[in-house]
Design a protein around this ligand. Structure first.
Ligand SMILES: C[S@@+](CC[C@H](N)C(=O)[O-])C[C@H]1O[C@@H](n2cnc3c(N)ncnc32)[C@H](O)[C@@H]1O
Length: 299
């Protein structure tokens, strides 16, 4: 394990263990912020004790709103943030599917349950690309639950391996438009791995393909100096250190000229886009969602 600096050494997902941050965001979607649960599959994917906590509002009757709000508050808005993020991407995904896209690649899929929960994905192929440790866990937990889409799995470590050939071997068609979802992953990768992933997916994308990618802008951590010291240390301790940051201009120029960024906003914009009852949390405004469209002329 190569030491880079006091705060950013490489811990590959605590060797062999599934991603803890994927549990956190899946929990948020399973709990939801209102009566309508965004992700009813989450409770079966999470470790049983956490699944029961996500599902508790259904058993709590009149106390459910208090329970949910207590968790929303103590998560410093993370539950609302994760819900909004997924809702915003679902909105863009629905538009891409209406335009005829029939293959979706979810990079760093974690416990993403779109292939099981979204009826619009029927008759599409969903490729889930993820770190082997997280993917193994997810496949075990999902068991024989029938997905709405056809699901194909590709296990890869973005920092050590390339995914393009494996994806093609799994049946991905680079001549047909695709939708790429890269939700809550880039911030855990160094810039070199972000660029490499973008380069691979660009080569595989036909004109008209869409990319939905969230990324963290530099210096946007909450709680001043304390947050700047404590938050990276927390992620570090959890085995998933925060790494790559990008400015919106930098992202646009990195993907240009093959892609045109058609949307780029933080959680306040996601809330307007979706009309969600979730509140954008000030603490997480450093994460943005960019939607890019592959230009008509293939690179
Ligand atoms: C915060 S979770 C997000 C999961 C999912 N996209 C979602 O929104 O529910 C981060 C995901 O990135 C994946 N990840 C982080 N570093 C990775 C790497 N080096 N190679 C492959 N996957 C990685 C983890 O396995 C995990 O699934």
């Amino acid at each position: 394990m190569a030491a880079q600096s006091r705060w950013t050494y490489y811990v590959p997902m605590r060797e062999g263990l599934p991603s803890g941050t994927s549990f956190v965001v899946s929990f948020a979607r399973g709990l939801g912020v209102g009566d309508e649960v965004l992700d009813p599959v989450a409770r079966d994917l999470l470790p049983p004790w956490l699944g029961r906590m996500a599902d508790a509002p259904r058993r709590l009757g009149g106390a459910a709103p208090f329970y949910r709000n207590a968790l929303r508050l103590t998560s410093l808005g993370l539950i609302d943030h994760a819900v909004l993020r997924t809702q915003a991407i679902d909105t863009h995904l629905a538009a891409a599917l209406r335009s005829g896209v029939d293959q979706v690649v979810i990079l760093g899929a974690g416990l993403d349950a779109r292939a099981w929960r979204l009826p619009a994905l029927e008759s599409t192929t969903v490729f889930e690309v993820d770190h082997p440790a997280t993917q193994q866990y997810k496949r075990r937990r999902i068991g024989r639950r029938t997905p709405r889409a056809e699901v194909r799995y590709v296990a890869v470590d973005f920092e050590r391996e390339r995914f393009s050939e494996r994806l093609e071997r799994a049946g991905f068609r680079s001549a047909a438009p695709s939708m790429w979802i890269w939700e809550g992953v880039a911030m855990y990768l160094p810039l070199s791995a972000i660029r490499d992933t973008l380069e691979q997916l660009t080569r595989l994308s036909a004109a008209g393909s869409e990319l939905a990618m969230t990324y963290r802008v530099p210096g946007m951590l909450p709680f001043g100096a304390l947050g700047r010291a404590a938050i990276p240390a927390l992620f570090q301790a959890a085995g998933e250190p925060l790494k790559g940051t990008l400015e919106p201009d930098h992202l646009a120029s990195t993907v240009a000229p093959e892609w045109k960024v058609v949307y780029d906003d933080d959680a306040r914009g996601w809330q307007k886009l979706t009309g969600s009852v979730a509140d954008p949390a000030r603490s997480f405004l450093g994460e943005r969602l960019a939607i890019a469209r592959k230009n008509m002329k293939k690179a």
